[in-house]
Design a protein around this ligand. Structure first.
Ligand SMILES: Nc1ncnc2c1ncn2[C@@H]1O[C@H](COP(=O)(O)OP(=O)(O)OP(=O)(O)O)[C@@H](O)[C@H]1O
Length: 318
């Protein structure tokens, strides 16, 4: 099943048709266009219930996130038998970048171009080249959602909320718009009263956190062609990583930005940083509601969010 989000930033009828022709010549294909928010999740859940082998997505990270959630939340609520490989019980995933940042596709090593990616993915389909990836899961107030590359509480989610507001008024989400919004919003964000505390099984508790980035892979995002790597050790094959900032002053933030824009395998160093690598579960608790984002989607303000790693969640043809 090929899911196409016709409203995604860099998706158009021509790439869709190229893709349909190329896939149609290689496999038996059903094409569905998403018509509204949440539609991709419903379509992916149906694909799973009907036993499709592969679900392909042409769209951005938002559509991929919905698809993954549809694939993991079974419509029949069936349990996976003990000892079974959970990824083998779900359709495999194919992604073709058609959004603005395309972090998930690029983190998998795909070219940031739908036509070039189609070539790479067709090869993977022909050779049945699969990579098993883990996902993150965020749980709050009786709700939960899986994420493919990142989640965040605090300043980064505030920036995403501000950019989503601008997009609502018709402006495009370009890297320059994110950077401008982030700089402008820095003046408005609270730099004096950290709200969050980190706890978790086997994790030393940490207090006074302003902003937390939770990642399932590295990079966390891209500014144009440049990867941004606050958690350079994170990978789809390990548990979750975290970087928490306990200082938001201009010097601390400038040092951090320089550090995470430098491609390096070393963890960012410095006092007033909280770092986790390859963890199964932890919880962030805030003394007042803080902005929350997941795979670049703003999800409101929250006081407690638990993050859990879901190993071997999906097979990706790449
Ligand atoms: N037909 C539609 N009309 C309006 N919104 C849609 C439609 N189909 C899907 N959507 C919603 O559009 C949102 C954004 O789509 P998507 O992430 O694919 O593209 P993008 O925003 O351009 O990319 P990125 O996430 O990289 O910024 C998704 O959350 C999805 O729910």
């Amino acid at each position: 099943m090929l899911l196409v989000n016709p409203k995604a930033t860099t998706t158009n009828a021509r790439t869709r048709d190229v893709l349909i022709r190329a896939f149609g010549a290689a496999v038996r294909l059903t094409v569905e266009e998403t018509r509204y928010r949440g539609h991709a999740a419903a379509l992916a859940a149906t694909a799973r219930a009907k036993g499709y082998d592969v679900v392909a997505v042409l769209g951005g990270d938002g559509t991929i996130n919905e698809t993954v959630n549809g694939l993991l939340n079974p419509v029949d609520g069936g349990e996976i038998p003990r000892g079974a490989d959970p990824s083998a019980t779900r359709p495999a995933l194919v992604v073709i970048p058609g959004g603005s940042a395309n972090v998930f596709a690029r983190a998998l090593g795909l070219p940031n171009d739908p036509v070039e990616s189609t070539g790479a993915v067709l090869e993977a389909l022909r050779d049945n080249r699969r990579r098993t990836v883990g996902l993150g899961q965020a749980l709050w107030e009786g709700e939960s959602r899986y994420f493919t590359f990142c989640s965040g509480l605090g300043y980064d989610a505030e920036v995403i909320r501000a950019v989503e507001g601008l997009r609502g008024s018709g402006r495009k989400a370009t890297p320059a718009r994110y950077v401008n919004t982030a700089l402008r919003h820095y003046l408005a964000t609270d730099k004096r009263h950290p709200a969050m505390r980190l706890t978790g099984p086997g994790i030393p508790a940490a207090e006074g956190i302003f902003m937390a980035i939770i990642t399932n892979t590295s990079p966390w995002t891209y500014v144009g062609g440049r990867p941004v790597t606050p958690t350079p050790w994170a990978s789809f094959e390990t548990g979750l990583d975290l970087l928490g900032l306990q200082r938001m002053g201009p010097l601390a933030v400038a040092r951090m930005i320089r550090r995470i824009l430098t491609e390096s395998e070393a963890l960012p160093s410095g006092r007033h940083l909280v770092q986790l690598h390859d963890e199964a579960e932890f919880t962030l608790t805030a003394e007042r509601p803080v902005a929350f984002q997941l795979d670049g989607d703003y999800l409101g303000e929250r006081e407690t969010v638990t993050f859990r790693s879901t190993p071997n969640a999906l097979q990706v043809l790449v």
